[in-house]
Design a protein around this ligand. Sequence first.
Ligand SMILES: O=C(O)c1ccc(O)c(O)c1
Ligand SMILES: [Mg+2]
Length: 628
Amino acid sequence: MHRAIATVSLSGTLRQKLEAIAAAGFDGIELFEADFVNFRGTAAELRRIAFDLGLSIDLYQPFRDFEAMPEPQFQRSLERAERKFDLMEAMGAPLVLCCSNTSPLSVNDPARAAAQLHELAERAARRNLRVGFEALAWGRHTSRYAQAWDIVQRADHPHLGLILDSFHTLSLKDDPSGIAAIPGEKIFFVQMADAPLLSMDVLQWARHHRSFPGQGDFDVTGFFEQVLRAGYTGPLSLEIFNDIFRETPNRRTAVDAMRSLLYLESETRERLAAGNVPAQPQRVELFNPPPAPALSGLSFIEFAADEASAVTLGALLGQLGFRRVGRHRSKAVTLYRQGGIHFIVNAQPDSFARRRFEAHGTSVCALGVRCADPLAAVGRATAMRSQRHDSPVGPNELRVPAIVAPGGNLIHFVPEALGDSGLYETDFILEDAGPEGSDAGLTRIDHVALGLALDQLDTWVLFTRAVLGLEPGESLELADPFGLIRSRGVANADRSLRLVLNVSLSQRTRTARTLSVTGGGAVHHIALDCDDIFETVARLRANGTRFVPISDNYYDDLATRIDLAPELLARMRAAGVLFDRSPAGDYLHIYTESFEGGLFFEVAQRVGGYDAYGALNAPARMASQAQQ
Ligand SMILES: O=C(O)c1ccc(O)c(O)c1
Ligand SMILES: [Mg+2]
């Protein structure tokens, strides 16, 4: 498909926007009027800049408050249109977006709207330009695509067609299935936007909270499916008004934008293929990447360290019941193990890990994800515009394919066929260097929580969906004593891989302060599962692990909220264990104190089918950490 994006969707000057859009591989743009009005150059100069970058100017937008006006305003608007047509001719833009009238002067008269749009189309036709009519969700008399289509049909002019925007349809919970019955050639342009479900004024929602397809809650795939069923073959474009995108570095936004279109195309292609409605012969090619990888949990977590912090981190892991079980064949890298958990501490000078250490301090620099077909997983990732990463491989070492996650950490795809320890048997000289504290009964990695900068959350949601095939859960807001934290879990279907994405909406929370140290995108804590949390916590305390203390008031309150056996409540109170219950099961958990003021661990026990992360208890932890 011809892929486009509205210039309003990115930060920067117009020239910077075009450069970022071109670099991300787009074919064209929607030129947002304000970007041109404030551009220090002529329409002809803009045409040349776009041409040199290989971008077409597909659409000029918006032309406002035109249709269904009293006669004097109508005549003035025709004059206004002629001036815009002059510009469009000079810049080579073939289509103008006319959005439905919001003026109190407009009249509720579709026949008048049609007649006036007919006249506009006639003026456009004289210059071989076209007009597309779009229903704004807050339009005064026209707010739905079916109304706009009725007016376009009445106007009956070859230079007038319909513009569809998924935001306006899906925000009003309007049914997109009628789109399939519209002749594809009468749909002149399609704008796609997703958004989180919010209950607020629709104009504010549209102007501040749109996001790229795959980042929000709308069924954008279902919408686009109807567009394709209509036989549409024109541009597929993104029009995203978003406060955070206005300040996000535009190169990243442009890559996210492209990834979102590739994801939308491929998801819709699958949906069409799976649909029981006999599909029309396909008229336009849709992106067809390798399938999303089948992932099965985390094989390892790798920490970046230097010589000194490798020792202190090793001591901490010892307290947590890990044993040092291997030395890397050729690098200053140590392997720790407990149950099915592998931690790698990488202190190799002049390595990727050391560069991460120098930039971010002792921190997680890579995740190893088990996967049936690592090469296909990397193929999927690069198709979805992630970068592959090749690290130097020594003799007798395995090459584990890797990609770069947003923010710069690595994700390695570890072949499942290697079994639980095959990778380590090849790359490490195994030795049992214990005892450094006794096994505490930790069995597997439950989840990894990331602390992200505000502008990284949408990037991560899309990355984990499109590249890793994970699905997001609900978005929660949690109170830290110094501001709000927004938290969203993402997981694969069998829940063997779970990540939690946390952003701080305030500059003053603990999460925000760690972010400013680590640069954002860092692992904030690691949750480890056990089968008997009381036994595990007792052993960890005996090893010297310190936990974040929990207020007695928490347990008094818990007893009023949840019907718990008094003995269980007493055990939790004594151990400092937190509790959450869902209809499917329970979650018992506890947090360790932080390492070097940053990273910490969570010990968790899932009971039954509990499928969340105890987020409602995070305020208890954050308040306690603040009181230290
Ligand atoms: O918010 C607006 O005014 C506006 C303008 C043009 C569009 O295509 C749109 O969807 C919204
Ligand atoms: Mg629009």
